[in-house]
Design a protein. Structure first.
Length: 347
C-alpha cells in the first residue's frame, strides 16, 4: 500500500470516544447542496453546527430554514473568503469537536491549475487548523466517486478501498481536458493529500472520507433550484431540458443518505481510516424518465433516448449501507423515492 492510501487499523490510534451530543461541529462550504442536507442531519442528531461560507448572503436561506426547524442558537456561520490562504480555518475551528470538510472548487474549469492546487491546499489547510485545536476528535473529508473512477458504461470496473482514478489525473494534464475530468483529478489529489497528511502527522483525532456518486433528492434552496448540483439534472428533465443526457449512466445516492453517511463517518469509531462509498445503485436515463412519467401522468418527457448502456462498476458500498442500517435502521433510499423528492417542490 502506498502512502496516499488510508491508514490501516494498525497504523492509527484507537479512537475510544465519539463526539458527544451538543458538541459543536464545523462544516465547511455549508451553503452547498450536500452540505445543506448535512447541516440538517447533524442538527437533527443533537449537535450544534458552525458553517463556513465565502459570502454571508449565500447562506441566509439556510440560516432561515434552520431557525424555523430548530430555533435560534443551533447554527452559526463564519466567513472564510479564501480557503487556500494561510491559516484560513484557524478561527473557524476554535471550540469545535468535529469537522466535515465539504468546501471544494466547483467551477468545472478545464484549467487544472485553477482547480487542483486550491483543492489540495484547502484540504491541507483544514488539517493544519484541526491539529492546532485540541478539542477536535474527528474529521471527515467529502471526496467524490470521481476520486476512484470515471463512469464508463458497459465496462466492468472493480473498485476496492485502495482504488484511485489515476486516469483522470493523467488526462487532466493533457491539452484541453474536460472540466469534469479536471474536477475528478482534483478530488483524487485532494483525498490523497488528506490521507498522506494523516499518516505523516498521526493526529490524535479520527479521520474518514466519503466518496458519493451523483446526488439526487430534495432541493432545500427556495424555488427548488440548485444549478450547481447533480439534482439539477432531475429538475431539468422535469422541465423538458435534455443537456444532462450527455452524462453517462452511473450510480446515484439520495442526498439525505449522503448527509447521514457524513455524520456517521464523523461519530462512529469504526469509520476511522475508512473510505465510505456513497453508491446506492446504478441508473440509466431511461430509468429516470420512466419514473418521472409514472409520478407525473400527463406530463411529457423526452423520448427515444439513445441507449448508453449501463454502469457495471463493482463498488464496495456494502459497508456504507450497513452503517446506514446500524444508525438509522434503513439502507439506501430507492431511485423512485429519491426522484419524487427531487421534483416535489416543482409541482
Amino acid at each position: 500500500m502506498d502512502d496516499t492510501n488510508p491508514p490501516t487499523e494498525q497504523q492509527t490510534s484507537v479512537i475510544m470516544a465519539t463526539i458527544e451530543k451538543g458538541s459543536l461541529v464545523l462544516i465547511t462550504g455549508a451553503s452547498g447542496y450536500i452540505a445543506g442536507h448535512t447541516v440538517l442531519a447533524v442538527l437533527e442528531a443533537g449537535y450544534r453546527v458552525r458553517g463556513t461560507v465565502r459570502d454571508e448572503k449565500k447562506i441566509e436561506w439556510l440560516q432561515e430554514l434552520v431557525e424555523k426547524k430548530f430555533g435560534k442558537g443551533k447554527f452559526e456561520t463564519v466567513v472564510v473568503p479564501d480557503m487556500i490562504a494561510e491559516g484560513a480555518f484557524d478561527e473557524a475551528v476554535k471550540g469545535v469537536d468535529g469537522i466535515i470538510h465539504m468546501a471544494s472548487v466547483l467551477t468545472f474549469s478545464s484549467n487544472p491549475d485553477e482547480v487542483i492546487p486550491p483543492t489540495v491546499k484547502g484540504t491541507l489547510n483544514i488539517l493544519v487548523s484541526a491539529t492546532k485545536e485540541p478539542g477536535v476528535k474527528s474529521i471527515v473529508l467529502t471526496s467524490s466517486s470521481m476520486a476512484a473512477l470515471t463512469p464508463t458504461p458497459n465496462e466492468v470496473i472493480k473498485v476496492t478501498h485502495d482504488t484511485w482514478n489515476d486516469d483522470a489525473v493523467k488526462k487532466s494534464k493533457e491539452p484541453d481536458p474536460q472540466g469534469f475530468i479536471v474536477y475528478g483529478a482534483s478530488k483524487v489529489e485532494g483525498e490523497r493529500a488528506f490521507w498522506k497528511a494523516i499518516k505523516d502527522s498521526k493526529p490524535p483525532f479520527q479521520a474518514a472520507a466519503v466518496l458519493p456518486n451523483a446526488n439526487f433528492g430534495p432541493i432545500l434552496k427556495p424555488g427548488g433550484e440548485d444549478s450547481a448540483s447533480t439534482a439539477s439534472w432531475i429538475t431539468g428533465l422535469f422541465k423538458g431540458e435534455t443537456s444532462m443526457l450527455q452524462f453517462p449512466p452511473q450510480y446515484f445516492i439520495d442526498v439525505r443518505d449522503d448527509a447521514k453517511l457524513h455524520l456517521i463517518a464523523l461519530i462512529d469509531p469504526s469509520c476511522n481510516g475508512q473510505r465510505l462509498f456513497g453508491f446506492a445503485a446504478p441508473y440509466t436515463w431511461q430509468d429516470v424518465i420512466a419514473i418521472l412519467q409514472k409520478q407525473n401522468p400527463g406530463k411529457t418527457f423526452p423520448e427515444d433516448i439513445a441507449d448508453q448502456g449501463k454502469d457495471l462498476s463493482q463498488i464496495p458500498s456494502q459497508d456504507a449501507e450497513a452503517l446506514l442500517r446500524k444508525h438509522y435502521g434503513k439502507g439506501w433510499t430507492s431511485l423512485e423515492e429519491t426522484i419524487g423528492a427531487n421534483t416535489a417542490t416543482l409541482k
